[in-house]
Ligand binder design. Structure first.
Ligand SMILES: [Zn+2]
Length: 200
């Protein structure tokens, strides 16, 4: 088994071969994990939530669902959910402009930069930031279509486990978001905190 600690507000890439499982743990709870996956033989083919939910018929990933690539090929099965279904597939990865628009002065770490750094370290330059799967992120769509990111209820030690359907490069980012506003809470008040990634 390979174990990687993703420090608070940082990102890491890990190889996951077909048939292996990746487990993502929030040891202290309440920490959003932005998740990206790319085919190892063609990083231009990445996991796409938009293509996934057309097939899974759900805007939130559920245990038993299969995550598809933007070419609609299976990437990973959602094998185990020990976070009570608190996940999101709608929010774009945070990036420098998001923090600038929120009034943050100076540089603020972001999931988009964490992804870029992790992939560039492997020699891959991405043309865009793919839509992530945001594990441990509590969003709700109201009846009128309104979107809320409400209190993060994910408990310490919660985890998800995904089984790779192809040889993949997976990237996990401990979301650095700490600008909780009215009705818009991504991590808990204690965050950001570290994540543990295991490949088994
Ligand atoms: Zn983020």
């Amino acid at each position: 088994m390979t174990e990687i600690v993703v420090p608070a507000a940082e990102g890491r890439a890990v190889d996951v071969q077909a048939g292996k499982r990746i487990r993502i743990v929030t040891p202290r709870g309440h920490q959003a994990a932005d998740f990206f996956a790319f085919r190892a033989d063609d990083p231009g083919e990445w996991l796409s939530p938009m293509h996934t939910w057309v097939t899974s018929r759900a805007i939130r990933p559920r245990q038993g669902d299969t995550f598809l690539s933007r070419y609609r090929r299976p990437m990973l099965d959602f094998a185990v959910d020990k976070a009570d279904g608190v996940h999101d597939m709608m929010l774009a990865a945070c990036d420098p402009m998001r923090y600038e628009l929120l009034g943050v002065k100076g540089h603020h770490r972001s999931c988009a930069e964490n992804l870029d750094q992790a992939m560039q370290a492997r020699g891959h330059r991405l043309p865009v930031t793919p839509q992530p799967v945001n594990f441990f992120t509590n969003t709700r769509v109201r009846e009128d279509g309104g979107l809320q990111a409400i209190e993060n209820t994910v408990k310490p030690g919660a985890y998800v486990e995904l089984e790779a359907k192809a040889d993949l490069i997976c990237v996990v980012s401990s979301c650095p978001f700490d600008v909780n506003g009215n009705g818009w809470a991504i991590n808990g008040d204690v965050g950001p905190t570290e994540l543990i990634v295991e490949v088994r």
